[in-house]
Design a protein around this ligand. Structure first.
Ligand code: ZN
Length: 90
């Protein structure tokens, strides 16, 4: 039996976000809160532009210092923070 290699990620077509969704992460959110770092659209788009997958730090880079600190705290509480010192960095 012959196996067929399916290239992951590289050739996936990304559907454009809905008109009322954020153009970066295709998720509906206020402009001053982080992008949805777990959005596949965001991960693909970010990787195309930066050559790596985004962390939550990237997703909240545009936010105010206060917002970032609040989100980092919440994400750490939930164990999903992947920013500096996060377990998925690199
Ligand atoms: Zn967004």
């Amino acid at each position: 039996m012959k196996t067929v290699e399916i290239p992951l990620m590289e050739e996936l077509a990304i559907l454009p976000p809905a008109p009322d969704a954020c153009p970066m992460c295709a998720t509906q959110h206020d402009p001053d809160v982080p992008h949805n770092a777990q959005s596949l659209y965001y991960q693909m788009k970010f990787r195309q532009e930066h050559g790596r997958f985004p962390t939550w730090d990237d997703a909240m880079a545009h936010c105010s210092e206060e917002t970032r600190q609040r989100w980092q705290l919440e994400l750490k509480l939930h164990g999903t923070y992947t920013g500096k010192g996060g377990r998925r960095r690199g």
